[in-house]
Ligand binder design. Structure first.
Ligand code: SAM
Ligand code: SF4
Ligand code: SF4
Length: 378
């Protein structure tokens, strides 16, 4: 067997400070990128910490007791996040997803939810607010989050069986507690609840059918995610990816399925419904079926760096614009300047890693240092 080389990571990812155009008034109101993709979704990572050590995301060998997480002062404050979100909404963002690390570990997260819920689109509507969580403390938080204005949650759960779940999260967390979190979310009105299962061939793929059968008929939408080559630490190998088509085939053999139309352009999951009316499932096939064509997502890290792709090697330092940066003599910019600078960044975007994965350009990108999933969220 070939040896896995696990490189050392720190959080000093390459980033540059976006330039502010002199004529802010001529910045487009709703910018599109080089492939005519608008900006619609903003994923905000609120912490780099997590109480799980999923092997595909924060492997224990790297994220151990010596690993240096970011100091609190480096994180964007709730006020800074809200200000950035307001400006992003002026550029087209309508949906905001809070993520991490484990977002529920950020103290008083419901306060941030409340602040974001208070924002308005140019049409006078609040943003659609969602959260992705490992569910470990959701049972305690669901009602507070709903009351603060959260619309929906997505819970990650990779197995129903405790032993298989442990092999994925590496911390021996009980499945029952995550299921309790899902129930609490349903009871609080945070539905339709989605459950994300990352499938690793040979590790948890025997759990596909039990998971499908558990959530059939409950209203919970289970989505199977192909194990992705995000970051540089998870030792990703193509032979551990189970193509989504095989997931569909396995479930279809037990419970007939038919495809559904997407809800909206840019949707990451392909939807399938049970023929007998027991609800729907989804597959997210980032490896075998690239969906870069209408990718309208931007990601803001906990320390305010903006990434235009999950596989990005370079970020845009939004925090330096928000706070100013004494080292480079930069003073904080106005909202209008921030809007113009971000419009310029989005207009120049040409990211499409999944489409390039097998090509020379994709391989060159893979060889570079890419951000980790726990740093920019899913
Ligand atoms: N801690 C939260 C959670 O697990 O839901 C939020 C952050 S986590 C990085 C967001 C999503 O990314 C989770 O659904 C997780 O399963 C998924 N993810 C992480 N690493 C992945 C990988 N290598 N391939 C596919 N999905 C991955
Ligand atoms: Fe933590 Fe989520 Fe990453 Fe698992 S996938 S280690 S729960 S951030
Ligand atoms: Fe979007 Fe990048 Fe994923 Fe393509 S690879 S869908 S551009 S995040």
């Amino acid at each position: 067997m070939s040896e896995r080389i696990i490189p050392i990571v720190d959080h000093h990812y390459a980033a540059s400070v976006p330039s502010v155009p002199a004529d802010t008034g001529s910045a487009p109101q709703q910018p599109t990128d080089r492939f005519h993709r608008p900006l619609h979704d903003l994923r905000i990572s609120v912490t780099d910490r997590c109480n799980f050590r999923c092997t595909y995301c924060m492997p224990k060998e790297i994220f151990d007791k010596h690993y240096e997480f970011l100091p609190h002062a480096d994180l964007l404050s709730f006020e800074e996040i809200t200000r950035a979100a307001r400006v992003f909404m002026a550029l087209g963002v309508r949906k905001i997803r809070l993520t991490g690390g484990e977002p529920l570990l950020r103290k008083n997260l419901e306060r941030l939810v409340e602040m974001l819920h208070g924002l308005r689109t140019p049409e006078g509507l609040p943003p659609e607010l969602t959260l992705t969580t490992n569910g470990s403390i959701l049972a305690r938080k669901a009602t507070l989050l709903k009351e603060a204005g959260l619309d929906r949650v997505t819970v990650s759960l990779d197995a129903l069986d405790d032993a298989a779940f442990r092999q994925m999260n590496d911390v021996d967390f009980p499945v029952a507690e995550v299921l309790r979190g899902i129930d609490a979310a349903l009871a609080a009105g945070l539905g339709p609840v989605k459950v994300n299962m990352v499938v690793k061939r040979g590790t948890n793929d025997a759990q596909i059918l039990p998971m499908a059968e558990h959530f059939r008929g409950t209203g919970v939408v289970l989505r199977f995610i192909e194990y992705m080559d995000v970051g540089n630490t998870n030792g990703w190998r193509m032979d551990e990816v189970l193509p989504s088509q095989q997931v569909i085939d396995r479930i279809h053999a037990a419970h007939a399925l038919h495809p559904l139309e997407p809800h909206s352009a840019g949707e990451t999951a392909q939807r399938w419904a049970y023929d007998d009316g027991a609800g729907e499932i989804g597959v997210i096939s980032s490896v075998t079926r690239a969906f870069c064509g209408d990718c309208n997502r931007a990601r803001l890290s906990m320390e305010g760096k903006l990434y235009l792709c999950l596989f990005a090697t370079h970020g845009h330092d939004v925090r330096a614009l928000l706070r100013g940066d004494p080292r480079s003599g930069l003073t904080p910019v106005s909202d209008e300047q921030l809007r113009a600078a971000l419009a310029q960044v989005w207009t120049a975007r040409d990211d499409r890693y999944s489409l390039l994965r097998g090509t020379a350009a994709g391989l060159a990108q893979r060889a570079e240092r890419r951000v980790e999933m726990s740093y920019i969220g899913g």
